[in-house]
Design a protein around this ligand. Sequence first.
Ligand SMILES: [Fe+2]
Length: 493
Amino acid sequence: MALDVTERYSKSLSPDGIRPTNAPDWIDEIDNPYLHGVFAPTTQAVSAEALEVEGELPKDLFGAYFRNGPNAVHKPKNRYHWFDGDGMISGIWFEDGQARFRNRWIDTEGLKMEAEAGESIWGGVLGPFDFSLPGGPLKDTANTDLVVYDGKLVALWYESGKPYAMNLKTLETEGIEDFHGNWKKLVSAHSKIDPATGDFVFFSYGDRPPYLEYGVVRPDGTVHQAEIDLPGPRRPHDIGMTPNYSILHDFPVFFSEELFKKTGKRIPLFHPDVPTRYGVIPRFGTNEDVKWFEAEPCYMLHVVNCWEEGDWVVMVGCRTKDPSLKPNKEDGKIAAMLSGLKLQANLYQWRFNMKTGEVKEGDIDQYNAEFPMVNASVTGFKNRFSYLQHIPYEIPATFHGLVKYDIQTGSYDECSYGPGVYGSEAPFCPRPDAKDEDDGYLVSFVTDTHDWQSSCLVFDAKNLADGPLAKVKLPTRLPAGFHTTWVPGDQIG
Ligand SMILES: [Fe+2]
């Protein structure tokens, strides 16, 4: 069949027209760029030791880089959205200048049921929706984010799902994480671990009241939980965290409850006349303790970092100034997805005065960059550096280069992955006994669409513009992915 829409976005496909290796046959029947090119799912879950290295791996790089992302197993039941794919974790472990690799699907309840049926049971976020399916109309894929809790790698889903725990050495799914039996409800992706206290600061959102839940699981498993009043169902994607506060998000991008009740349709629209609201809540606060601040209408997927400065709480993030979905009619039924995935965002700062209620906000820089990471040890504290992906507007959701921002000055260094090579979110890996915030390494999975070779690049974070120190050849092609984490070797055991 003709893949017209896919061809229109062909810059994300192989420039030489070579089919992605190990992709399932069924993609050839579906005109959707997020099932082709650098996004094509793989059919392979592999393990490999002593990987070939170009350059030299630093001997003090000790730990593992894990990436979550969508990797559909079965042919979609209806319109496919990039966010729908079954969660797959890819991991690379470094020790003594050597590397090993493994990738595994997250063995979710939904994937098990579909494997038994031999086909898709759930449709995707573009609908139509079947509310009679177990767990609701969407399959909980756990495909979005990763945290480490209680010695396990825990995968989280952006629609608020069951947290799936995996073994840090094998990536085998160990089951649903219930936090010592004390929290069995859903949590959203971008719930966070406080690296100083080990608190798991979580939130979840839904289409029906309570529209937002917030809470903290302490390292001993005790839970604090609060239901937060919102005017209606909202789509927060992230949360801010400082030692004393969390920052909740209420963006004016939401769907009509009336339409949802009548038709089950969840079509989020930007309401440019409605302010954004940020709710600053003490870490162990309740709904009554939330101090709401109004700011310019916008949307934001990802927070860079937050901190406290006297009476002020500061948040830096990748802000989308105009989140209106302006679909290109030629793109047919997936037009809304394609316009939404342009990920137009630039670095922005908000300041909230806890005493006077004043809000200050403004751009840090205009460059289009997303998927921010910081040195985990500065989470919640005023810091300088963030590491982001350069995402050109015209090519939705492809990561073209690694950008190191000084968020205090707005200046940046960049290293391009090269023509036809696309990268992944790049976490910071501190050197042992590091003195400076940027004393360490950055790692990124990349795929070269000329020959479909995937690799892991290792950069010196202080000298990003010099290019990678080492390129580790991976044993299988990796499709583009979502979020990542770095786990120091002493936490893996
Ligand atoms: Fe995200």
